[in-house]
Every structure is written in C-alpha cells, then in structure tokens.
Design a protein around this ligand. Structure first.
Ligand SMILES: Cc1cc2nc3c(=O)[nH]c(=O)nc-3n(C[C@H](O)[C@H](O)[C@H](O)COP(=O)(O)OP(=O)(O)OC[C@H]3O[C@@H](n4cnc5c(N)ncnc54)[C@H](O)[C@@H]3O)c2cc1C
Length: 395
C-alpha cells in the first residue's frame, strides 16, 4: 500500500505529536509513524517523568488547544526557582515570577498528563493519518521522500520529519555527523511527599560530588526529584530503596521541605545523560526536531522546550513557503535551520558549561562559581535576562 501525505513524521513522542497537530492546523496532510504502543502508567498514579514547561511551549500548546485539555489539577506552577551552590561558602541565586512579571516561571506537567492531552487533541484533528510500524529504509527522489515499512507499505511525503528521539533512525539515514559526549551521570527521577508546603518553589542544588539535585513542585505537598548523579553514585542509589534516597536528600531538602516520603516506593526511573550534537538539523527533504536534533543536560529543564520551539519554527517555515515551493524545499529547510541555530547553540553552551563548571572539585573553581551565583543574585538586569531565556520570553 502507498500512503501519500505532504508531511511524514517519524516518532510519536510529545514533540512528534505536537508537530503533527501544528502541521494539521496549518492545513497540511500528515502521516504520523509510531512503533507499537507501550503500556501507559496506571491512572491516578504519579508519573515519575515530569517536564518543566516554559512560556514558549505553553503558548504553542495553548494555540493547539492542548493546554486546556490537560488535567489542570495535576499541573503545578513554579513561582520561584532557588539555585544553591556547594561547599562552605555556597552561593545562591533566586528567581521569582513576581520580579519577572509573569504569572509563573514555568509549569510542571507529568508526561502522562501531557500525552493524554495531546492524544485527545489528535483525535479531533483532521488531516492526520496514524500508522504503526517500523521504517526500514528511505529513498529520495525529485519530489518526495519514500519511507518503506517492514510490512512493505510505503509512505510518500514532500517532507520527512525526524521526531524519533536521541537515537533517531531518520538522522541515521542521512550523512549528518553527530558529536556524542557522556556526562558520566544518570538522572534518577521519582516523586515524594514533603512534610512542609513547597509554596511553588523549585529547588536546585549543585555539588561536585553528588551532581545536580532538583526538587520540582507538584500539586499538593508533592515534589518531583531529578537527581543527575555521577554514574557510580547513581548505581549505588538505585540499588537502595527510595526511603534511603529520601534520607540522603534530607541534607539538602530538610530545611525548606522537611522530611520526604516516597510517593510510590516502586516507581523510580533513571536515564543516562549525554550531550548529543548533530552537525545539522536538516538534510535533503528531512528536518530533525526534538531530541533527534539536540540532547542537552536536563539541569535547566529545557530539552523538550527546545523541541517545542523547533516545532514552532518548522511549521512557520513550511506554512510560509509560498505557492511555488513544496514542503521539503531546500529553502524552506534552510530557513528552519537558521531560525533554530542560535537558540539551540545557546542552550547547549549554557547547560554544558554549567554541568562542567559544577562537576569540578577544585577549590578555586568552587569559590568562583559560588561567587558567580551570588553576583547574579545581586544584578537585577542580568537576572532578568537570564529569567527571560529560562522562561522563553524576552524582558
Ligand atoms: C531526567 C530528565 C528530565 C528532563 N526534564 C525536562 C524538563 O523539565 N523540561 C524539558 O523541557 N525537558 C526535559 N527533559 C528533556 C525531555 O525529556 C526530552 O527533550 C523530550 O522528552 C524529547 O522528546 P522527543 O519527542 O523529541 O523524544 P522522545 O520522547 O524520545 O520520543 C521519541 C519517540 O519516537 C519513537 N521512535 C523512536 N524510534 C522510532 C522509529 N524508528 N520509528 C518510529 N518511532 C520511533 C519513540 O517510541 C518515542 O515515542 C528531561 C530529560 C531527562 C532525561
């Protein structure tokens, strides 16, 4: 069977789904290719995967009618972000929504909540065809990319979009080179109940020995842990129980949050952390978005936000292509690549720079980085610029 559409998206993570909705809203026909489904997290349970969604992403999700489809009772606004340094002279910087003149710095959303809202929006979208299967090859000709599936079906599209994550199959079909550097860390994620109210504060602690620990507010007295721990420590933490992890967190979280109690003792996940930098995000008739285009350290909580911004830029480039160009036209793709270059590079440099700066255990470096945190805290203009980048708005 031959399936024809203007756009073929490979990968149905949040970024692939949002892209499908964006293209469909722009009046384009879309085929969304996904692998076989995995069992979803049980209803009611807290999802260990959560995302800090920034204003750019919030705006995109609202315009696609996804934001209103979220279960609002399971979304927590972040009003303040407290960042703590390490050592005896630990520096600190605090960002708050009041100073930034926004209602919230970000919103914490569970993966399941986000995907359910996306699925609900997709059910109402016209122009999207859902195909399950595995792509085995792709061929380009003058007017289309042809993706052959393992059952022999072929999807023909003017533009092939790789939204298939860090190990992108689509990217591997191109000659795009990739720089890969492991951080030697694993991110451990789980959820806890806290004794004291979190008051919408996201806490983050940087430590050369223990990595980066973030506790993000969830609705009620709940917090989500993202602990980017050095590999050896992560292995040790994962061998123990969540109660043991909670005890280790007490040294950081005890004062602001009180005692932490695991929400679902069996739910803990971990992710190896790496910087993945493809040398390009386009190839003939191909555009990469989301983690297929860039993987950054999660310390800034921005990987997915970058992906949402990719979708916005790609849909804008394709929708504004002019009548004489097709969706995969080289100029359309180079406009997309140009639009994303600076944002992606800035985020890669900022997250990588911070990860390396705080992984160094030398005393002079520790002094300088903690001084830097205190300095930023005392410079309102710089602070506002940083908040602007973090929330996805310019002030
Ligand atoms: C611990 C941690 C915390 C994070 N916190 C945040 C945060 O707070 N805020 C934020 O913005 N970002 C955060 N991120 C980053 C964020 O998780 C990713 O950037 C985001 O999930 C990438 O989404 P994606 O859809 O591009 O890729 P993925 O979520 O990896 O989805 C890819 C999809 O493609 C499918 N696929 C793969 N191969 C194929 C194939 N061959 N054919 C068809 N389909 C295929 C997969 O099944 C999957 O559904 C965090 C990351 C980590 C590790």
């Amino acid at each position: 069977m031959q399936i024809q559409s203007e756009i073929c998206i490979v990968g149905d993570g949040a970024i692939g789904k949002v892209a499908a909705l964006g293209f469909a809203q722009a009046g384009l026909s879309v085929t969304l290719l996904s692998p076989q489904r995995v069992a979803p997290v049980a209803q009611g349970a807290w999802d260990a995967r959560v995302y800090a969604v920034n204003h750019t992403a919030h705006h995109l999700l609202s315009s696609l009618k996804v934001w209103d489809a979220l279960d609002a009772a399971r979304v927590a606004p972040v009003d303040t972000m407290d960042v703590h340094g390490d050592g005896a002279q630990a520096g600190a910087v605090s960002f708050d929504s009041y100073a930034a003149r926004v209602g919230a710095l970000a919103w914490i959303v569970e993966d399941r909540n986000l995907n359910q809202a996306l699925d609900a929006a997709l059910r109402f979208a016209s122009n999207i065809r859902f195909v399950q299967g595995s792509a085995v090859s792709v061929a380009m000709d003058a007017d289309a990319a042809r993706v052959t599936l393992d059952n022999g079906d072929v999807i023909c599209a003017e533009l092939l979009v790789g939204a298939d994550g860090a190990q992108s199959w689509v990217r591997a079909q191109t000659d795009i080179g990739v720089d890969y550097r492991s951080y030697g860390q694993r991110a451990i994620v789980s959820n806890f109940q806290c004794e004291k109210p979190h008051r919408g504060v996201a806490h983050q602690w940087f430590s050369a020995q223990e990595g980066v620990i973030a506790l993000l507010p969830l609705p009620g007295n709940h917090v989500s842990l993202v602990w980017s721990a050095p590999d050896a420590m992560a292995d040790q933490l994962l061998k123990g129980s969540l109660s043991e992890i909670a005890q280790r967190l007490a040294v950081y979280a005890g004062e602001p949050l009180g005692q932490l109690t695991p929400l679902q003792p069996e739910v803990v996940k971990s992710f190896p952390l790496a910087l993945i930098r493809p040398h390009a995000i386009t190839a003939p008739r191909i555009a990469l978005i989301g983690d297929a285009a860039h993987v950054v350290h999660p310390l800034a909580g921005h990987g997915m936000n970058l992906g949402f911004a990719d979708v916005e830029a790609l849909v804008r480039s394709v929708a504004g292509r002019g009548e004489h160009r097709d969706c995969g036209d080289a100029r359309v793709l180079s406009r997309y690549a140009r639009a994303r270059k600076e944002d992606i590079l800035l985020m890669q440099m900022a997250t990588d720079g911070l990860a390396r700066l705080f992984a160094t255990d030398l005393e002079p470096v520790r002094v300088v980085r903690n001084f830097g945190l205190n300095l930023v805290n005392r410079l309102p203009v710089l602070k506002r610029r940083l908040i602007g980048h973090a929330v996805g708005k310019s002030f």
